[in-house]
Design a protein. Structure first.
Length: 140
């Protein structure tokens, strides 16, 4: 299995496609999922090219995990969440659709089920407003 630099997240990293970014450091970028399974659903990706868990450098994986924790803590506040679900898919058989490593960080509310994957597209203005609030929480 090889890394294809034509994938959507590689294009976001190169600035060829837009994204509602909420966090960036020297190793990772995080942005809102355009088809969120719940309000405030964030994707955390390494800047270095890696297809998934099976080929990522351990230091990049650690940086993704640390960013996911920071984002989860901010989501608890910003979205008044009751909990957080992390998911991470590897290869087609593992549910992966975009072949650049990403961790889903999803705010949860008691009694609210996740939407089915790819079932709902969020309005850009809603994503922009959510990103601004998350960014502010992460910067503070
Ligand atoms: P996977 O199934 O590979 O773990 O999840 C891929 C995720 O990428 C899905 O949740 C999907 O909604 C999200 N996604 C697909 N295309 C785009 C895009 O162009 N921008 C953003 N922000 N998310 C995307």
């Amino acid at each position: 299995m090889t890394y294809d630099p034509g994938n959507i997240f590689a294009k976001i990293l190169r600035g060829e496609l837009p994204a509602h970014c909420v966090y960036e450091d020297d190793r990772v970028v995080a942005f809102l999922d355009i088809m969120p399974r719940a309000t405030g659903h964030v994707l955390v990706i390494p800047k270095a090219p890696s297809r998934n868990l099976l080929d990522v450098e351990p230091d990049d994986l650690a940086a993704v995990a640390a960013a996911a924790q920071r984002i989860a803590r901010a989501q608890m506040d910003v979205f008044a969440a009751d909990g957080i679900t992390l998911t991470q898919h590897n290869e087609k058989a593992g549910g992966q659709e975009v072949f650049h490593l990403h961790v889903h960080v999803i705010p949860r509310h008691t009694g609210v089920e996740l939407r089915a994957p790819l079932s709902y597209k969020e309005a850009p203005e809603v994503l922009a407003e959510q990103a601004a609030r998350l960014k502010a929480a992460l910067a503070g």
